[in-house]
Design a protein around this ligand. Sequence first.
Ligand code: ASP
Length: 597
Amino acid sequence: MAESMQGLKRTHRCTEVTKADIGETVTLMGWVQKRRNLGSLIFVDLRDRSGLMQIVFDENDIGSQGFEKAGTVRSEFVLAVVGRVEARSGAVNEKMATGELEIRATELRVLSEAETPPFPIEENSQTKEELRLKHRYLDLRRPDIQRNLMVKSRVATLSRNFMAEQGFLEIETPMLGKSTPEGARDYLVPSRIYPGSFFALPQSPQLFKQLLMCSGYDRYFQVARCFRDEDLRADRQPEFTQMDMELSFVDIDDVIEVNEKLLAHLWKEILGIELQTPFRRMTWREAMDRFGSDKPDLRFGMELHNVSDAVKDCGFGVFTGAIAAGGSVRGINVKGQAGMPRKKIDSLTEFVKGYGLKGLAYLAVQEDGSYKSSFTKFMTSEELDKLVNAMDGKPGDLLLFAADKDKLALETMGALRCELAKRLDLIDQKKFEFLWVVEFPLLEYSEEEGRFTAMHHPFTMPMEEDLQYIDTDPGRVRAKAYDIVLNGCEIGGGSVRIHQNDIQEKMFECLGFTKEQAQEQFSFLLNAFKYGVPPHAGLAYGLDRVVMLMLGLDSIRDVIAFPKVKDSSCLMTQAPSPVAAKQLEELGIEVKKTDKE
Ligand code: ASP
């Protein structure tokens, strides 16, 4: 039977008890991790969010009734224990924070009993994630998840305090907003008052934070929930948290400076690591050419080489064909891997085919200097030497090549570089390599839509020196946009915004909006710009990702209390779910029958 807490007050969390408390009486409350009976003694490890404490029940201390009760507690029972702090009588447990101490119980109350949980509550759980997410309230009891969420809470608190000190105001922006066709798919919320009309949940507070700048708030900050209805990838969630900011009267360097300070502060406070600032900066073009990625992982080398020049006149049609079609040939030099078995090379070929590449050409520079390759027979020995030289190939090296359209060749080799680093264990997991990627293209041509789309978003300022190409060669225009990259992941991004109506209108024109469409979608922004708007810029972090990388975790779900799974559903609450006919009727919504039904 559950007993009451009345008359008892918790004095400490489990690991808040220290050696200095020896001899004191304390009251702890928490969950039973495990119980062991050792003849005349019963040991219970009590757990709360701080950690574990060993409780000893001895008939002499707690009386026969209390001792008997202690014998009935099982895992996950909730207890209140009053007792004396003592140095451990038995062996010290070095793995436990309180391993030198124990509590000799003088009073025990069972505050709640518990059924046997469907899986053990333990660190580094081996239980399938699906089962854990179904019972997330139990999974969240595990010490590793608790630690992750505690770190996330600290990151948010430290950031808030830091931003306040830097003159930022925390201002909320609406959750119920207007749907816009740019960017990802919106989550829609039907309006009851206006049947057939919908709000959209925010993909980001972008427009509102710009309006706050128009209204003179100067520096804005928000820990903001955002929603994007996209097909999920491993590190994506349909709702996620941004640390969002916007600043007035600033340019790129000002935004970068504040953010380097913020990141250095977080890393120092949470991990005790001094980050070297300023961080490196690299243009988007350089990042693509050297790493085949706009978010290069700088924890290892193995950079890409453009060998198009070296092979443009050679006899190998795969190379020359790609170049003639306007593409390129890109290689990576896998040092010391000339002996890689054929089977493994084949599996790399399979890997690149997953990206749409037709094949992977290889050349191994043998220890005796001779070449073993998939294409030697098509090239003269001079041509081969030239290629190996261009790759800085030395005996023992394995050279891998992709020949295709520029974008495909680069991105595939970029992905292969990361895959090889993983397979060959080239990554120092302790490193934190920060990088600013700057000068992104403003626009990106979408084959699918047959028009240009904004690479960042439609409010990003073109680089002044490129404005001249906006009509004639829009693909060439670079943007005043920047991403902050950590260990090969984009953790945040932002831009200087357009604050001139004429440039904003031009931008909409490039994106294929008519004047009327632009007015209809964004009239409030365009109107606001008519009444005095400061130059402004901003940035947003994916908070979940920052915390994930900070803690060296692989899954974003490990830093979100109640995450969704791949198909955007919640295994615990079973959301989304059908609703009552009456609710739909009130909203004026009729649901089409689907095949699933
Ligand atoms: N709102 C942008 C995003 O969500 C970030 C920014 O430009 O500040 O990516």
